[in-house]
Design a protein around this ligand. Structure first.
Ligand SMILES: [Zn+2]
Length: 74
């Protein structure tokens, strides 16, 4: 089964990989292509910048899977 780790990170924030400070939201996001968004996180504590690419096609697929799972349970 595919991992949803990246999806969870984008929603609930992530930890700075330099000082472990919790980053709540990306500093800015930009569309790289039709199906890819780049989030740039900036740590206020140490000034570290983290770039993260998110593939929207993968995310949409995951959402459909989750929806299908809830439909089955109901
Ligand atoms: Zn930091």
């Amino acid at each position: 089964m595919a991992t949803t780790g990246m999806d969870n990170c984008a929603r609930s924030g992530m930890a700075c990989n330099e000082c472990n400070n919790l980053l709540v939201a990306p500093e800015w996001s930009a569309y790289v292509s039709k199906h890819e968004v780049r989030h740039v996180w900036f740590c206020e504590n140490c000034g570290h910048e983290i770039e993260m690419a998110v593939n929207l096609r993968v995310q949409n697929l995951e959402r459909k899977k989750i929806r299908a799972r809830y439909a089955d349970a109901a």
